[in-house]
Design a protein around this ligand. Sequence first.
Ligand code: 13P
Length: 253
Amino acid sequence: MSNRKPMMAGNWKMYKDAAEAVELVQAIGAGLTGSERAEVVVCPPFTALAGVGALIESRGSNIALGAQNMNWEEEGALTGEISPLMLRQLGVTYVILGHSERRQYFSETDATVNKKILAALEVGLKPIFCVGETREQRESGAARDVIGKQITGGLTGVTGSLADRLIVAYEPVWAIGTGLVAEPQDANDMIRHIRAIIGSSYGVETAQAVRILYGGSVKPANVSELMDEPEIDGALVGGASLDADSFLSLLHY
Ligand code: 13P
Protein backbone atom coordinates (compact mmCIF):
# COMPACT_ATOMS: atom_id res chain seq x y z
CA MET A 1 0.00 0.00 0.00
CA SER A 2 1.29 3.41 -0.84
CA ASN A 3 0.59 6.35 1.41
CA ARG A 4 -0.35 8.59 -1.48
CA LYS A 5 -3.58 10.42 -0.68
CA PRO A 6 -6.13 9.67 -3.41
CA MET A 7 -7.52 12.61 -5.37
CA MET A 8 -10.77 13.14 -7.25
CA ALA A 9 -10.60 16.20 -9.46
CA GLY A 10 -13.53 17.52 -11.45
CA ASN A 11 -12.61 19.18 -14.74
CA TRP A 12 -15.72 21.17 -15.59
CA LYS A 13 -14.29 22.19 -18.98
CA MET A 14 -16.42 24.92 -20.64
CA TYR A 15 -19.53 24.05 -18.67
CA LYS A 16 -21.28 25.97 -15.87
CA ASP A 17 -21.64 29.74 -15.91
CA ALA A 18 -20.68 31.68 -12.79
CA ALA A 19 -24.03 31.16 -11.04
CA GLU A 20 -24.35 27.49 -11.98
CA ALA A 21 -20.81 26.84 -10.79
CA VAL A 22 -21.54 28.28 -7.35
CA GLU A 23 -24.69 26.18 -7.16
CA LEU A 24 -22.78 23.04 -8.04
CA VAL A 25 -20.02 23.59 -5.52
CA GLN A 26 -22.64 24.39 -2.88
CA ALA A 27 -24.33 21.07 -3.57
CA ILE A 28 -21.02 19.22 -3.47
CA GLY A 29 -20.06 20.94 -0.20
CA ALA A 30 -23.42 20.07 1.34
CA GLY A 31 -22.95 16.42 0.40
CA LEU A 32 -19.49 15.99 1.92
CA THR A 33 -19.58 13.93 5.10
CA GLY A 34 -15.96 14.19 6.17
CA SER A 35 -15.44 10.50 5.53
CA GLU A 36 -14.32 10.94 1.92
CA ARG A 37 -11.31 8.82 1.04
CA ALA A 38 -10.04 11.25 -1.56
CA GLU A 39 -8.91 14.84 -1.68
CA VAL A 40 -11.60 16.81 -3.51
CA VAL A 41 -10.68 19.28 -6.26
CA VAL A 42 -12.96 21.27 -8.57
CA CYS A 43 -11.72 23.05 -11.68
CA PRO A 44 -14.39 25.46 -12.95
CA PRO A 45 -14.01 27.84 -15.92
CA PHE A 46 -12.06 31.07 -15.28
CA THR A 47 -15.23 33.15 -14.94
CA ALA A 48 -16.36 31.05 -11.98
CA LEU A 49 -13.06 30.80 -10.08
CA ALA A 50 -13.62 33.88 -7.94
CA GLY A 51 -17.18 32.94 -6.97
CA VAL A 52 -16.40 29.31 -6.29
CA GLY A 53 -13.20 30.26 -4.46
CA ALA A 54 -15.01 32.73 -2.21
CA LEU A 55 -17.67 30.19 -1.34
CA ILE A 56 -15.16 27.46 -0.51
CA GLU A 57 -13.25 29.91 1.65
CA SER A 58 -16.29 31.23 3.53
CA ARG A 59 -17.61 27.73 4.23
CA GLY A 60 -14.21 26.38 5.17
CA SER A 61 -15.10 23.43 2.94
CA ASN A 62 -12.67 20.69 2.29
CA ILE A 63 -12.60 21.40 -1.42
CA ALA A 64 -9.53 22.60 -3.27
CA LEU A 65 -9.78 24.94 -6.24
CA GLY A 66 -8.13 24.29 -9.58
CA ALA A 67 -7.94 26.17 -12.89
CA GLN A 68 -7.92 24.58 -16.33
CA ASN A 69 -5.12 26.49 -18.02
CA MET A 70 -2.88 29.56 -17.70
CA ASN A 71 -0.18 31.47 -19.52
CA TRP A 72 3.45 31.13 -18.42
CA GLU A 73 4.20 34.85 -18.33
CA GLU A 74 3.77 36.94 -15.17
CA GLU A 75 2.02 39.71 -17.06
CA GLY A 76 2.13 41.29 -20.49
CA ALA A 77 0.38 42.40 -23.66
CA LEU A 78 -1.20 38.97 -24.14
CA THR A 79 -4.84 39.58 -24.91
CA GLY A 80 -7.13 36.97 -23.48
CA GLU A 81 -4.54 35.26 -21.29
CA ILE A 82 -4.43 34.68 -17.52
CA SER A 83 -1.21 34.61 -15.48
CA PRO A 84 -0.15 32.17 -12.76
CA LEU A 85 -0.24 34.88 -10.07
CA MET A 86 -3.74 35.95 -11.08
CA LEU A 87 -4.86 32.41 -10.31
CA ARG A 88 -2.88 32.20 -7.09
CA GLN A 89 -4.53 35.36 -5.84
CA LEU A 90 -7.98 33.83 -6.28
CA GLY A 91 -7.09 30.97 -3.96
CA VAL A 92 -6.32 28.52 -6.74
CA THR A 93 -4.13 25.59 -5.63
CA TYR A 94 -4.05 23.36 -8.72
CA VAL A 95 -3.90 24.04 -12.43
CA ILE A 96 -4.60 21.53 -15.18
CA LEU A 97 -1.84 21.81 -17.80
CA GLY A 98 -1.41 20.07 -21.14
CA HIS A 99 -4.93 18.65 -21.37
CA SER A 100 -5.36 16.85 -24.69
CA GLU A 101 -8.10 19.29 -25.71
CA ARG A 102 -5.59 22.12 -25.34
CA ARG A 103 -2.98 20.17 -27.28
CA GLN A 104 -5.50 19.26 -29.99
CA TYR A 105 -7.50 22.48 -30.44
CA PHE A 106 -5.14 25.17 -29.17
CA SER A 107 -1.81 23.92 -30.51
CA GLU A 108 -0.16 23.28 -27.17
CA THR A 109 3.06 21.30 -27.42
CA ASP A 110 5.35 19.59 -24.95
CA ALA A 111 7.48 22.76 -25.07
CA THR A 112 4.65 25.16 -24.17
CA VAL A 113 3.30 22.77 -21.55
CA ASN A 114 6.81 22.67 -20.09
CA LYS A 115 6.92 26.48 -19.83
CA LYS A 116 3.59 26.43 -18.05
CA ILE A 117 4.67 23.73 -15.61
CA LEU A 118 7.82 25.68 -14.73
CA ALA A 119 5.83 28.90 -14.29
CA ALA A 120 3.16 27.24 -12.15
CA LEU A 121 5.73 25.65 -9.83
CA GLU A 122 7.52 28.98 -9.55
CA VAL A 123 4.49 30.65 -7.93
CA GLY A 124 3.48 27.63 -5.87
CA LEU A 125 0.63 26.38 -8.05
CA LYS A 126 0.47 22.60 -8.33
CA PRO A 127 0.18 21.41 -11.92
CA ILE A 128 -2.15 18.56 -12.82
CA PHE A 129 -0.01 17.61 -15.79
CA CYS A 130 -1.97 15.68 -18.43
CA VAL A 131 -0.54 13.15 -20.86
CA GLY A 132 -2.22 10.64 -23.12
CA GLU A 133 -1.96 8.83 -26.43
CA THR A 134 -4.44 8.92 -29.33
CA ARG A 135 -6.20 5.84 -30.66
CA GLU A 136 -3.87 5.69 -33.68
CA GLN A 137 -0.81 5.87 -31.46
CA ARG A 138 -2.17 3.08 -29.29
CA GLU A 139 -3.06 0.90 -32.26
CA SER A 140 0.37 1.33 -33.81
CA GLY A 141 2.04 0.26 -30.55
CA ALA A 142 3.54 3.70 -29.91
CA ALA A 143 1.63 4.57 -26.74
CA ARG A 144 4.42 4.02 -24.22
CA ASP A 145 6.92 6.02 -26.24
CA VAL A 146 4.44 8.85 -26.78
CA ILE A 147 3.72 9.07 -23.07
CA GLY A 148 7.43 8.90 -22.27
CA LYS A 149 8.11 11.83 -24.59
CA GLN A 150 5.27 13.88 -23.13
CA ILE A 151 6.48 13.27 -19.59
CA THR A 152 10.14 14.08 -20.21
CA GLY A 153 9.24 17.02 -22.48
CA GLY A 154 6.85 18.49 -19.96
CA LEU A 155 9.26 18.13 -17.05
CA THR A 156 12.40 19.47 -18.74
CA GLY A 157 14.28 21.69 -16.30
CA VAL A 158 11.97 20.90 -13.41
CA THR A 159 14.12 20.44 -10.32
CA GLY A 160 13.61 19.90 -6.63
CA SER A 161 11.26 17.55 -4.89
CA LEU A 162 8.17 16.90 -6.92
CA ALA A 163 6.39 14.84 -4.32
CA ASP A 164 3.76 17.29 -3.15
CA ARG A 165 4.08 19.80 -5.97
CA LEU A 166 3.05 17.90 -9.06
CA ILE A 167 0.14 15.65 -10.01
CA VAL A 168 0.16 13.69 -13.27
CA ALA A 169 -3.02 12.65 -15.05
CA TYR A 170 -2.90 9.84 -17.59
CA GLU A 171 -5.79 10.49 -19.95
CA PRO A 172 -5.86 8.36 -23.10
CA VAL A 173 -7.39 10.62 -25.74
CA TRP A 174 -9.64 7.85 -27.05
CA ALA A 175 -11.22 7.47 -23.61
CA ILE A 176 -12.14 11.12 -23.10
CA GLY A 177 -15.84 11.84 -23.40
CA THR A 178 -16.41 8.63 -25.35
CA GLY A 179 -17.72 6.30 -22.66
CA LEU A 180 -14.78 4.02 -23.53
CA VAL A 181 -12.93 3.68 -20.24
CA ALA A 182 -9.46 2.10 -20.32
CA GLU A 183 -9.14 -1.41 -18.95
CA PRO A 184 -8.11 -0.81 -15.33
CA GLN A 185 -5.08 -3.04 -15.72
CA ASP A 186 -3.92 -1.23 -18.88
CA ALA A 187 -4.28 2.12 -17.13
CA ASN A 188 -2.38 0.70 -14.17
CA ASP A 189 0.44 -0.51 -16.43
CA MET A 190 0.77 2.86 -18.14
CA ILE A 191 0.80 4.65 -14.82
CA ARG A 192 3.52 2.30 -13.58
CA HIS A 193 5.47 3.19 -16.73
CA ILE A 194 5.02 6.92 -15.99
CA ARG A 195 6.18 6.36 -12.42
CA ALA A 196 9.27 4.54 -13.69
CA ILE A 197 10.14 7.44 -16.01
CA ILE A 198 9.77 9.91 -13.15
CA GLY A 199 11.86 7.57 -11.01
CA SER A 200 14.70 7.50 -13.50
CA SER A 201 15.04 11.31 -13.35
CA TYR A 202 13.99 12.10 -9.80
CA GLY A 203 14.60 8.92 -7.84
CA VAL A 204 12.36 6.12 -6.73
CA GLU A 205 11.29 7.82 -3.52
CA THR A 206 9.94 10.84 -5.37
CA ALA A 207 8.26 8.67 -7.98
CA GLN A 208 6.55 6.69 -5.24
CA ALA A 209 5.23 9.89 -3.69
CA VAL A 210 3.88 11.61 -6.84
CA ARG A 211 0.18 11.11 -7.35
CA ILE A 212 -0.81 9.88 -10.80
CA LEU A 213 -4.49 9.99 -11.75
CA TYR A 214 -6.42 8.27 -14.51
CA GLY A 215 -8.88 10.25 -16.66
CA GLY A 216 -11.29 9.27 -19.43
CA SER A 217 -14.94 8.30 -19.00
CA VAL A 218 -14.68 7.76 -15.24
CA LYS A 219 -18.18 7.22 -13.84
CA PRO A 220 -19.72 6.01 -10.56
CA ALA A 221 -20.16 2.61 -12.24
CA ASN A 222 -16.48 2.09 -13.07
CA VAL A 223 -14.60 4.10 -10.44
CA SER A 224 -14.05 1.32 -7.92
CA GLU A 225 -12.40 -1.09 -10.35
CA LEU A 226 -10.03 1.67 -11.39
CA MET A 227 -9.29 2.67 -7.80
CA ASP A 228 -8.60 -0.97 -6.91
CA GLU A 229 -5.48 -0.82 -9.05
CA PRO A 230 -2.41 -0.08 -6.92
CA GLU A 231 -0.83 2.53 -9.20
CA ILE A 232 -3.97 4.61 -9.81
CA ASP A 233 -4.15 7.39 -7.24
CA GLY A 234 -7.39 9.00 -8.28
CA ALA A 235 -9.26 10.38 -11.24
CA LEU A 236 -9.57 13.49 -13.36
CA VAL A 237 -13.24 13.51 -14.25
CA GLY A 238 -15.09 15.44 -16.94
CA GLY A 239 -18.76 14.63 -17.57
CA ALA A 240 -19.44 12.82 -14.28
CA SER A 241 -18.15 15.79 -12.27
CA LEU A 242 -20.88 18.13 -13.55
CA ASP A 243 -23.58 16.65 -11.37
CA ALA A 244 -23.26 16.81 -7.57
CA ASP A 245 -24.68 13.35 -6.86
CA SER A 246 -22.51 11.62 -9.39
CA PHE A 247 -19.36 13.50 -8.31
CA LEU A 248 -20.11 12.78 -4.64
CA SER A 249 -20.50 9.10 -5.33
CA LEU A 250 -17.06 9.07 -6.99
CA LEU A 251 -15.64 10.25 -3.68
CA HIS A 252 -16.89 7.13 -1.95
CA TYR A 253 -15.60 4.64 -4.50
P1 13P B 1 -14.69 12.60 -19.36
O1 13P B 1 -14.69 12.15 -17.91
O2 13P B 1 -15.91 13.38 -19.72
O3 13P B 1 -14.38 11.47 -20.28
O4 13P B 1 -13.48 13.64 -19.51
C1 13P B 1 -12.23 13.29 -19.03
C2 13P B 1 -11.35 14.49 -19.04
O5 13P B 1 -10.99 15.00 -20.10
C3 13P B 1 -10.95 15.06 -17.74
O6 13P B 1 -9.94 16.00 -17.90
